[in-house]
Design a protein around this ligand. Structure first.
Ligand SMILES: [Zn+2]
Length: 275
């Protein structure tokens, strides 16, 4: 089944609008504000933002990235999130068509965007997203077992539960290894753990949706990188800056969602020819 350019464009536009809502989540969830109620206000002068100044992507460009009232700079993360969500939705529809899988990956990808930006800004991965994410991932895997290439609902559930354990477990081990490896450096900057527990919960959520094999794939890709990232993070932290790990995990996960099957098949063939 081929997806028309019109459908992919429509998915892109719909993604832009969803991205606009994700921006609201990104600012309000860490502040424990209500996500649904209340119109958008300028973060600087507090004035309400008119509907015509709230058009995804376009308003940011037309306003030159500044508030109409107080001319304060608007964070570039607003248009970036809108654009990323638009591209995500278009790519998911193009790759997976009108399927249940596509729907799950769109919601999942949106959650990863929200988590990445919150992690970049606040250095936290809120439990309000990761914990329901784990349960939802497991439940959805039961009803959409094709997410895991499973033939039965129980097969889907099993792939998901083992994915949670593998995802959380591997990232916990990577973090523990990092803590051992960088023990003295960490102590010097007053930290005890190389990686936060938020990352463990995030990878649990990822494992619930992409399953055992793909989450191991993500970990394999990221494990060698993570040492370097932890090292860099410690270096940066001495200058009062922290490098969050969440966006790396999210990026690796999206690679696995779009190319995981191809990589696993390719690797499988490589192993067969090797023997
Ligand atoms: Zn303003």
């Amino acid at each position: 089944m081929s997806i028309s350019l019109v459908a992919v464009s429509a998915a892109f536009l719909f993604g832009l609008m969803v991205g606009s809502f994700l921006n609201v989540c990104i600012w309000r969830i860490p502040a424990e504000e209500q996500v649904v109620k209340g119109r958008s206000h300028c973060r600087s002068c507090g004035k309400q933002i008119a509907a015509y100044d709230n058009i995804p992507l376009l308003s940011y460009v037309l306003l030159g990235g500044k508030c109409r009232q107080c001319k304060a700079l608007i964070s570039w993360s607003y248009p970036a999130v809108e654009l990323a969500t638009g591209l995500l939705f278009a790519a998911v529809l193009y790759r997976f068509g009108w399927t249940n899988e596509a729907l799950v990956y769109a919601v999942f990808g949106a959650a990863l965007i929200v988590l990445s930006v919150i992690d970049l800004r606040e250095m936290i991965l809120p439990d309000e997203i990761t914990l329901p994410g784990i349960s939802l991932g497991v439940i959805v895997s039961f009803f959409v077992p094709e997410l895991h290439g499973a033939a039965t609902r129980w097969g889907g559930l099993w792939a998901s539960v083992t994915g949670v354990v593998a995802g959380a477990g591997v990232i916990y081990l990577i973090g523990a290894a990092g803590t051992l490896l960088f023990k003295r450096k960490l102590k010097a900057i007053g930290e005890e753990e190389a990686m936060g527990f938020g990352d463990v919960k995030l990878m649990g959520m990822v494992g619930a949706v992409i399953g055992l094999w793909k989450v191991l794939l993500v970990s394999l890709i990221l494990a060698p990188m993570s040492g370097a990232v932890i090292g860099l993070a410690i270096k940066a932290r001495t200058k009062q800056e922290i490098i969050p790990f969440g966006p790396f995990l999210a990026a690796g996960t999206l690679v696995a969602v779009f190319f995981g099957d191809s990589i696993i098949h390719w690797y499988g063939r490589l192993l067969c020819f090797g023997i």
